[in-house]
Design a protein around this ligand. Structure first.
Ligand SMILES: *Cc1c(COP(=O)(O)O)cnc(C)c1O
Length: 724
């Protein structure tokens, strides 16, 4: 039996918002209103271009948010679009692709009446929805998009941060400054969920010694609704409102308030909406209190607390992303109890017992409580996000288990993957449409799908690469000139970016969080060798981007050190730091760069996903053998720097920097510039083929979701109803 269609709670609220917006539009453009209220447009062919062409400058000004675009575009401009038959035809095309995608059957193994509830502190769906900071959020976004494509019934649970994550500006010395922008949810593709009589639904959540009220927003990601809790209500105090102000709030008391809101509030929201998930997927441990809230529902029905927790455990799965102990934050005992005091009270357990669940060793009262031990104890399935990370996690958490060896610790792994339609740029999408079999996107996780890559003439593959690089360089020229002007640089320096960045030069990208372990500093470990790589006749140009956490001065100093090389003319011309790294800039970089560099200190990279996006655009990875690359590299599909672990980090840095320069100087640069009589780097193109064929099927999100479905979610469906 095939089940199609499904209405999630809040459907009418979305409809109401759509009709409101449609009133502004000429009748032939009305389908744009429903498209605007579902992020599916962002990964349908021609979807982004369609909204852009309504009014290109305004689209950029609106952060590519189509709801804001349609709210603000002038009636005259709308009339112009409506009078253009080609444009109206495109509206029809995208609208019917939208309908087709929404009406595909659900996966028969998992029905929408008992969806997966996916809890995450951040969701990186699109640059216009600023409730994400980086890798974790983008992964969550890719998971919900792929769940929609594959018909895996899922609902997302998170917070509607009014100020989101910070924006970044640098000064002329390369020092990072942060600022936050207020987001008005009424301008986002979001609808407040109301009850039958038009009043916003409220849930109440105990935090500290208070009760915090929250509204629920619904944001549609294809067939997956995100339910986002929002405490920005008049009846809440300023402190209570601040709970959903900023992502990764620095104040730890507020941070714990966020975790209570996500975990307790998330379960209450599901219940209030009448949703009964088959599985609760905790993506990182932030929402681990969800388990206690669920258990509370059982104790209300008379179960003793430990039995209730056992029952709940059958429905909870946990994905850990953090390979460093320090990344798993802990809190002061009193702080933890103050924030969550109602949990032991309501469950009728001793506060000390509750604290014990949040420690590695429950009885060791000197240990600080944290969310990760809680999540580990309360989940029936735990996984890391790459093969190597699975191993690291088993070692890291072995103290919580009574096993003789780390290998016996029951933590598995599902290697991350990326949502192909979101991250493959147009040149490669068009090229592969011509050579891969019909319907290839839905069969991207099958290696056989990619075999015809060998039939693509080298000239065509290269042309797609050149087109991808060219559109990146066009964008970077504009953007780095603006960045430099804003910083107050002299005009000569501003123009250097315009003059010298070149669409035919080997383009190397390094964009990631500016945390010390990402080792951006290895690039300039030997400044002389680094500068030599920028020299004619075979130069490279380096584009880099990334944000340091506001309180991480060490991270900020790394960029400052790069800026100290600014006086060199080659650096002014061939190195650009692009401010305010986000999903939009990320997409441009991963599609345009020829080589993507990743030099984390092993084994601290849990997975990494940006390199997978590069693969889909014919770029090549040069990376430390850590995270995903440790299971991806095969000697022909990119380049590798050793992944050895060494406690002498200075010696390790020197060795890895040496390997990096050696590869760049003797292998990468010569290969890129060695051309046949038609100007094509034939051996480079061979590497692109090897990279696409060996890596694309393994690291797309459809492979990842298949693993979650087969190895984790449906294991649960089989068990549900059983009492252990
Ligand atoms: C893909 C992506 C990431 C993840 O990058 P890694 O450094 O590989 O973990 C982070 N931020 C953005 C904007 C991305 O698109």
């Amino acid at each position: 039996m095939q089940v199609r269609g499904h209405q999630w709670p809040g459907e009418e609220d979305i409809h109401r918002a759509v009709s409101q917006l449609a009133k502004r539009l000429p009748p032939v453009l009305e389908p744009l209103a429903s498209l605007a209220y579902n992020y599916l447009w962002s990964w349908l062919p021609d979807g982004p271009e369609l909204f852009r062409d309504v009014d290109p400058l305004r689209f950029i000004a609106a952060q590519e948010n189509p709801v804001r675009l349609l709210q603000e575009v002038t009636p005259l401009q709308l009339e112009r679009c409506a009078a253009d038959p080609a444009f109206v035809d495109r509206v029809q095309q995208v609208a019917s692709a939208f309908q087709a995608a929404m009406n595909r059957p659900w996966d028969p193994a998992l029905l929408p009446t008992s969806p997966i509830a996916f809890f995450c502190a951040e969701f990186g769906v699109h640059k216009s929805m600023p409730i994400y900071s980086g890798g974790l959020g983008i992964l969550a976004g890719d998971i919900v998009k792929e769940a929609s494509d594959m018909g895996i019934p899922m609902v997302g649970i998170g917070l509607m941060y009014r100020l989101g994550y910070f924006h970044q500006r640098l000064d002329t010395g390369g020092w990072q400054h942060e600022f936050w922008v207020d987001t008005d949810p009424d301008r986002l593709p979001a609808a407040l969920v109301t009850n039958g009589s038009g009043k916003a639904i409220k849930i109440e959540v105990p935090v500290w010694d208070t009760t915090v009220t929250a509204h629920i927003w619904r944001v549609d990601i294809g067939r997956v609704p995100l339910y986002l809790l929002d405490t920005h209500l008049e009846e809440n105090s300023p402190i209570q409102r601040w709970i959903t102000a900023r992502l990764y709030e620095g104040n730890h008391d507020i941070r714990l308030g966020q975790y209570a809101m996500m975990g307790i509030g998330g379960i209450r929201a599901l219940r209030r909406l009448g949703l009964e998930p088959s599985t609760i997927h905790l993506n990182e441990g932030h929402a681990a209190l969800a388990a206690f809230e669920k258990a509370f529902q059982h104790t209300e029905n008379g179960d003793p607390v430990w039995k209730a927790l056992q029952k709940v455990k059958q429905t909870i799965v946990f994905t850990t992303h953090t390979p460093v102990a320090a990344g798993n934050e802990t809190y002061g005992t009193q702080q933890f109890l103050t924030a969550f005091r109602n949990i032991p009270e309501r469950l009728g357990i001793d506060p000390e017992q509750f604290l014990g669940q949040a420690r590695i060793h429950p009885m060791d009262t000197t240990q600080h409580p944290g969310m990760t031990p809680l999540a580990i104890r309360l989940a029936r399935s735990i996984n890391g996000v790459s093969r190597r990370h699975g191993d690291v996690a088993r070692h890291m958490w072995q103290p919580m288990y009574n096993t003789k060896t780390a290998a016996e610790v029951p933590i598995s792994y599902v290697t991350n993957g990326v949502h192909l339609p979101s991250w493959m740029g147009k040149p490669f999408r068009d090229l592969l449409n011509r050579y891969l079999p019909e319907g290839w996107v839905t069969r991207a996780a099958d290696p056989a799908t990619w075999e015809p890559i060998d039939d693509i003439p080298a000239a065509e593959l290269w042309a797609a690469r050149v087109a991808s690089r060219r559109s990146l360089i066009d964008m970077v020229r504009e953007r780095s000139a603006t960045d430099r002007l804003r910083r107050g640089e002299d005009l000569d320096y501003v123009q250097a970016a315009f003059r010298a960045l070149d669409p035919n030069t080997l383009t190397v990208g390094f964009a990631r969080r500016l945390a010390a372990y990402k080792r951006l500093h290895l690039l300039i470990h030997s400044p002389g060798r680094a500068l030599a790589l920028l020299e004619d006749p075979h130069p490279l140009q380096l584009l880099f981007a990334g944000k340091a956490h506001p309180m991480d001065d060490g991270g900020k100093r790394i960029v400052q050190a790069m800026f100290s090389l600014k006086p060199s003319p080659r650096v002014r011309e061939r190195v650009a730091f692009l401010e305010d790294y986000d999903a939009g800039l990320g997409a441009a970089l991963v599609s345009g760069c020829d080589v993507w560099i990743n030099l984390p200190r092993p084994p601290l990279e849990a997975s990494g996903t940006s390199g997978m996006k590069v693969v889909l655009n014919g770029g090549l990875n040069l990376s430390v053998l850590d995270g995903w690359w440790a299971e991806a590299y095969n000697g022909r599909n990119g380049w590798a720097v050793s992944g050895d672990v060494d406690h002498d980090t200075t010696a390790q840095d020197t060795r890895h920097a040496e390997e990096f320069y050696e590869l760049m100087e003797s292998v990468v640069v010569p290969l890129f510039y060695s051309r046949n009589e038609h100007g094509i780097p034939v051996l480079w193109v061979e590497r692109i083929r090897a990279s696409l064929k060996s890596l694309a099927p393994q690291f797309v999100a459809s492979r990842m979701l298949r693993d979650y479905r087969d190895d984790i979610y449906t294991q649960n469906a089989r068990n549900s109803g059983e009492t252990p």
